[in-house]
Design a binder for this molecule. Structure first.
Ligand code: PMP
Length: 399
């Protein structure tokens, strides 16, 4: 069977995070007591006003084909939302293109920009889908190992070490899945200047921008002057900050020729994103009355971040982790949890599953010395999961 499939799929693997979450759901349905901290999905309901906008859109008959690049109301709402986050900078709504989730925004961007023989730098550990998407475009993903002393982030020096003339792109995620680290304004500026000088496209995945625990919104490529954005595509989306994972709405802000190419691509593939969902998202991004819901959710994520960090510090003091400043992930190192110092994330996750907690091994993100925990879960579930995990770490340490 497999030899009759296209070479387009030569590297394709199903998403590990989705696979672990499905396995957890199966076990739970069979009666096993497991707390699922594997998936990056907010545990909140979509804000009421947003749901109402979706229902009204259906009732008003916005159920026909949408424009390929998205409805004007949503493109304008995204432009305004991003502009407000970046000190009122001007953003042209024509440069916003809406897709079926930001995963598709990233795929379409890569498909529009990269092809055979191109290399794309991906700071590692990285979200599972980036290397897969680059492979689907027949380009080559090149991992750039992040610095463990620096929240596993990369510097210009690290990028330079992997650069050659075939490098056409860089995918940078901040705040970062899986580490929760956030690039500072000056780090973003240096990377943007380096990429600009090299003529390298940057795909800046800022889907977690609103989920940030510093002051104000997380630093962004949109805080940079226009000349540094000539080869930047910014990815944004409704899924995380607005608890809208199932509505499947993502956005990209890109130079006009890229937007036109992506719209043409959508005209031949999906036609465009789900029409009523676009109206719901227009309310999410554009109606200021939704803002208190976002603030409330971010406050809950911050509280949970504090809980996870303080309990790990107090009860597993030898375990190294990345200080999470954004998103809702906690990335901790497990190779030192036993005396042999060779424990893997995969082995740890198997033991954690047996102890009643679903996590994702770092192997899924490119480094199996680590494990990712999503704390987008209720406080009660999180407390229970922490009891189980910290006990497991103690048992492994004594073994
Ligand atoms: N980028 C990152 C870094 C993500 O973590 C995710 C979701 N896990 C996405 C993009 C895709 O989000 P969406 O649901 O909008 O497709």
């Amino acid at each position: 069977m497999s030899e009759s499939l296209s070479p387009n799929l030569a590297y394709l693997k199903p998403s590990e995070t989705v696979a672990i979450s499905n396995e957890t759901k199966r076990r739970r349905a069979a009666g096993e007591d497991i707390v699922d901290l594997s998936l990056g999905e907010p545990d909140f309901d979509t804000p009421r006003l947003v749901c109402e906008a979706g229902i009204q859109a259906i009732q008003k008959g916005f159920t026909r084909y949408p424009p390929n690049a998205g409805i004007a109301e949503l493109r304008t709402a995204v432009a305004r939302n991003l502009s407000l986050l970046s000190g009122g900078r001007a953003l042209n709504p024509d440069q916003i293109i809406i897709s079926n989730g930001s995963k598709q925004s990233i795929f379409n961007t890569c498909f529009a920009l990269f092809g055979a023989k191109d290399k794309v730098l991906i700071p590692s550990p990285a979200w599972v889908s980036y290397p897969q998407i680059v492979h689907l475009c027949r380009a080559e993903p090149v991992a750039v190992p992040g610095d463990p002393e620096w929240g596993l982030k990369v510097s210009v020096k690290d990028l330079e070490a992997k650069y050659d003339k075939l490098v056409k792109g860089l995918i940078l995620c901040s705040p970062c899945n899986p580490t929760g680290a956030t690039y500072s304004a000056s780090e973003i500026k240096s990377i943007a200047e380096w990429a600009h000088a090299k003529g390298v496209w940057v795909i800046a995945d800022e889907i977690y921008r609103r989920i940030y625990y510093g002051n104000g919104p997380a630093p962004s490529f949109l805080d940079l002057p226009d000349e540094l954005l000539e080869r930047v595509v910014l990815i944004y989306g409704a899924a995380k900050a607005y608890a809208m994972t199932g509505w499947r709405i993502g956005a990209a802000y890109a130079p006009m020729p890229v937007v036109r190419a992506m719209a043409a691509l959508q005209s031949q593939t999906t036609t465009g994103a789900n029409h009523p969902a676009q109206w719901a998202a227009a309310t999410a991004f554009g109606d200021d009355r939704v803002e208190p819901d976002v603030v409330k959710m971010v406050a809950a994520f911050r509280r949970r971040r504090d809980l996870v960090v303080s309990r790990f510090r107090a009860e597993a003091p030898g375990v190294e982790f990345v200080e999470p400043t954004g998103a809702f992930y906690f990335f901790f190192r497990v190779d030192g949890v036993t005396r042999l110092h060779d424990y893997t994330g995969s082995a740890f996750c198997e033991r954690a599953m047996a102890a009643g907690v679903a996590l994702v091994p770092g192997a899924a993100f490119g480094d199996d010395r680590w494990v990712r925990m999503s704390y987008a879960a209720s406080d009660k579930d999180l407390e229970l999961a922490l009891d189980r995990l910290l006990n497991l770490i103690k048992v492994l340490g004594d073994s």
